[in-house]
Design a protein around this ligand. Structure first.
Ligand SMILES: Nc1ncnc2c1ncn2[C@@H]1O[C@H](COP(=O)(O)OP(=O)(O)OP(=O)(O)O)[C@@H](O)[C@H]1O
Length: 195
């Protein structure tokens, strides 16, 4: 079942960054979005989640579709007395099957976690919800090998109705994590800006 269908989509900011892109995301799949630096991978995720501009084309999705976006650099409030447990509750994420490595952190303050610990926790906060679509921008940021193994386990625990699209420059991870890959470089609007 297709959760999202993009048809002839052109997206960007003041001007289009990606043009004439058509693709779909189905339940159960993990789609890897690749392409050169600056070609518009993050912009596409932002457009799907409503943060970048759609110039033309259509995003077909159910009106009730629940989309979660994990940004490339998720914001974490410093000096704010919020525990990991409270953060997951605020994000409506369940803690029933939380991996042990994360369960140990539940009563720690969010601002005392390492970058990798916070990265895994915030990805869990996207996945372990009633979200239909999860968009992950560079989910391996800050993760060591053990962290990447845990991330792969978390992705494999996804609900069968969920569809995931992710961006990563870690080819080994992309190969292990995704069920399909799409190169966005050919849809970049200007060859001058892509590196
Ligand atoms: N908020 C913004 N306003 C205007 N232009 C932006 C904005 N954010 C990004 N851009 C530009 O859009 C282009 C695509 O950026 P984007 O972050 O989508 O690329 P990317 O493919 O994800 O790159 P990378 O692989 O380096 O993370 C770049 O030229 C970038 O400078």
């Amino acid at each position: 079942m297709s959760l999202l269908r993009l048809e002839q989509l052109s997206v960007g900011y003041q001007r289009p960054i990606l043009s004439n892109l058509s693709l779909s995301l189905s339940a159960g799949e993990i789609l890897g979005l690749g392409g050169s630096n600056g070609c518009g991978k993050s912009t596409l995720l932002k457009a799907i989640s409503g943060e970048a501009r759609i110039f033309s084309g259509t995003i077909y999705k159910a009106p009730t579709l629940n989309i979660r976006l994990q940004k490339q650099h998720p914001i974490r409030l410093a000096n704010f007395p919020l525990s990991a447990r409270e953060y997951l509750a605020l994000m409506s994420a369940q803690i029933a099957h939380l991996p042990t490595r994360l369960a140990q952190l539940l009563d720690r303050r969010l601002d005392s976690l390492s970058g990798g610990q916070f990265q895994l926790l915030s990805i869990w906060a996207c996945l372990a919800t009633d979200s239909d679509v999860v968009l992950l921008d560079e989910p391996t940021n800050n993760l060591d090998r053990l962290g990447i193994t845990l991330l792969l386990e978390m992705l494999n625990q996804r609900r069968p109705e969920q569809g995931i699209a992710l961006i990563s420059h870690d080819h080994e991870f992309v190969h292990a994590a995704t069920t399909r890959q799409v190169d966005l470089s050919p849809f970049h609007q200007s060859d001058i800006e892509a590196l």
